[in-house]
Design a protein around this ligand. Structure first.
Ligand SMILES: Nc1ncnc2c1ncn2[C@@H]1O[C@H](COP(=O)(O)OP(=O)(O)O)[C@@H](O)[C@H]1O
Ligand SMILES: [Mg+2]
Length: 247
């Protein structure tokens, strides 16, 4: 917070300078515009990084409840679609509402982080194609959910699978990508997947990182039904008191 507080006034001041004096600066208007835009953009980046750091530092105890997973996924995907208009995000959900015992906020956050990475990877690949004068495939991300519970197939898990046609996972050091601060991006914090991993651990689930056949990455969040008696997170005073809560 100590870092974040001054950011808003810096940004607002830069925006104000730009609005107010843009048309008055006569000696070198380009430099004026470039500089104010740089301040605004960089301050935005710092704000995002600070958000990521502070949310990693205070990961709350999970609060598990019976949630509508279909609903949750639709919400996250809709939000992400509005953020990345140049990338098509397909969504394939099983019919009907899928219910899952989970921490609604945390699962939304995990999926948001995965979609953000996918979008960034797709953007990089599109830039790469452009710099090579190639036409390149349009940006595409797909979210599919496979619910094996109660199907008799022996797989009692719910897998949320996110595929992208981006640059693909780095060849080297893959097993370390979920560790904090491991990043290959210049503006990365390396916390996105660390947060997802922690969330999946709290849900006794798995996070899988694979290549997508045909290029890009395939990231899966695999959930299993949590024991009904497991807990209801920090809502249950007895479990908190005896330290038997999840996580
Ligand atoms: N969809 C993806 N495609 C390619 N690489 C990915 C993808 N998701 C994650 N990665 C790799 O994992 C690294 C760590 O991701 P993350 O923990 O979210 O940190 P950050 O996004 O800040 O780099 C990324 O820098 C990137 O190398
Ligand atoms: Mg990330």
């Amino acid at each position: 917070h100590e870092i974040k507080n001054p950011l808003t006034p810096i940004q607002l001041s830069a925006e104000r300078l730009k609005r107010k004096y843009q048309n008055e600066v006569t000696s070198d208007p380009e430099t004026f515009t470039t500089c104010t835009d740089t301040i605004i953009r960089q301050v935005e980046d710092i704000g995002r990084m600070v958000d990521e750091f502070s949310s990693f530092a205070r990961m709350p105890q999970p609060s598990i409840g019976r949630e509508n997973l279909s609903h949750l996924i639709r919400e996250v995907v809709t939000l992400e679609r509005s953020r990345t208009e140049d990338i098509t995000i397909d969504l394939a959900l099983p019919d009907g509402d899928m219910m899952l015992r989970c921490d609604r906020r945390q699962v939304s956050r995990a999926l948001t982080n995965i979609l953000k990475n996918a979008a960034e990877s797709v953007e990089s690949r599109i830039l790469q194609d452009k710099s090579e004068d190639g036409e390149g495939d349009p940006g595409r991300i797909s979210v599919a959910v496979i619910d094996g519970r109660g199907q008799g197939g022996g797989d009692e898990s719910v897998a949320v699978i996110v595929e992208d046609n981006g640059i693909g996972l780095p060849e080297a050091g893959r097993e370390r990508l979920t560790e904090p601060y491991v990043t290959t991006r210049s503006k990365g914090t390396g916390l996105g997947l660390a947060i997802v991993r922690k969330i999946m651990e709290d849900h006794q689930g798995d996070l899988r990182l694979e290549d997508r056949p045909g290029g890009g990455a395939r990231i899966s969040l695999v959930f299993r039904d949590l024991d009904e008696t497991a807990n209801d997170g920090d809502k249950d005073p007895m479990k908190v008191a005896t330290g038997l809560g999840l996580g």
